[in-house]
Write a protein that binds this ligand. Structure first.
Ligand SMILES: Nc1ncnc2c1ncn2[C@@H]1O[C@H](COP(=O)(O)OP(=O)(O)OP(=O)(O)O)[C@@H](O)[C@H]1O
Ligand SMILES: [Mg+2]
Length: 311
């Protein structure tokens, strides 16, 4: 296992004295060479989990093992082997792009002889070769993000932690970064990636762990998760609020899960809709009732299990 967390608890105490468990009995394994997607609504505990792995936060309970090192006791050794891309940008704004990469390369003890090459490679990864001498303060938001990712890879780590790596990137750069992450995985690097973009998880993750309130509530490959929680097909209804409420009630009474997204109600496991009910559901009753049939996806699973929307 590249990462093994057992019954980990991390509590934070607010100024007013109330204590919350940001991570609340988390058990999670990330096998070597796998890309694991950590999904969960805002506040689920994803970033806290990442910080526990790097010992930026210390656990109150449980055990953490990273690449054979017990964290936080052997955090230094573990950190030397991993690359970290945090959710919040902590680049040095006064330094240039190249200097930011050099500082990290030295910090991670990239041998002097290979330093130039490592920095050059990272610049290419970030598509910032032409901006190497620009100070970070003068970069666009997306460029900063790209630099943050490249900085985490400058020492060719065996394990990479990516906390929402593609937030704020334009579609082209996001697709590039997906290619990069797929490439890392193909070369045997272990990747732990948190994301709100379900499509990102569906494309890149071998396994997904769905987090809610500090623990994993479901895990498996995207296909497994979809099959076991949302079934094969979804029938999406659009119509008046009254009609949608009616559909929700009918579907639930037939034992079928439903989810709401703005103006629609989706009936999951639609392949199990009894034929008697199918007609009732399809009977518009009011104008503007429309039905869309589509395959179930990971977002259906997410919304169903966490009861929350993605963003
Ligand atoms: N330093 C801190 N002090 C107090 N509470 C904190 C601290 N860091 C995180 N929390 C709380 O812990 C919980 C989990 O936060 P965390 O940042 O891990 O969530 P997340 O899953 O990364 O969310 P997001 O998707 O919004 O990034 C939240 O309720 C948050 O307010
Ligand atoms: Mg976060």
């Amino acid at each position: 296992m590249a990462i093994a967390l057992r019954d980990v608890v991390k509590r934070y105490t607010d100024r007013d004295g109330t204590s919350i468990a940001a991570v609340d009995g988390l058990t999670l394994d990330v096998p070597d060479g796998v890309c694991l997607g950590l999904l969960g609504p805002n506040g689920a505990g994803k970033s806290t989990t990442m910080r526990l792995l790097t010992a930026q936060s210390l656990p109150d309970e449980g055990t953490i093992d990273v690449l054979g090192h017990e964290v936080p006791r052997e955090a230094k050794q573990a950190r030397a082997l991993m690359g970290v891309v945090p959710q919040t940008d902590n680049l040095d704004e006064e330094l240039t792009v190249r200097q930011n990469l050099e500082v990290f390369a030295r910090l991670y003890r990239v041998p002097r002889a290979g330093l130039r090459e490592a920095v050059g490679r990272a610049l290419e990864v970030a598509h910032l070769t032409g901006r190497a001498e620009t100070r970070v303060v003068n970069l666009s938001g997306g460029m900063r993000r790209r630099l943050l990712v490249a900085r985490g890879l400058v020492h060719s780590p065996r394990l990479v932690l990516l906390d929402e790596p593609t937030v704020g990137l334009d579609p082209q750069v996001r697709a590039d970064l997906w290619g990069l992450i797929a490439g890392l995985r193909a070369s045997g690097v272990t990747v732990l990636m948190s994301t709100h973009y379900i499509e990102e998880a569906e494309r890149l993750a071998d396994t997904c762990a769905l987090m809610s309130h500090g623990k994993v509530i479901a895990d498996g490959s995207p296909a497994e998760l979809i099959a076991s929680h949302a079934g094969e097909h979804v029938e999406e209804h659009e119509g008046s609020p009254e009609r949608l409420a009616e559909i929700e009630g009918l579907a639930r009474r037939a034992g079928l899960p439903t989810r709401r997204t703005g103006p629609t109600v989706s009936v999951l496991r639609a392949e199990h809709i009894p034929s008697s009910l199918a007609d009732t559901l399809a009977d518009g009753g009011s104008n503007g009732h429309r039905i869309l049939h589509r395959p179930a996806n990971l977002e259906d699973v997410f919304v169903m299990l966490t009861g929350e929307t993605v963003d």
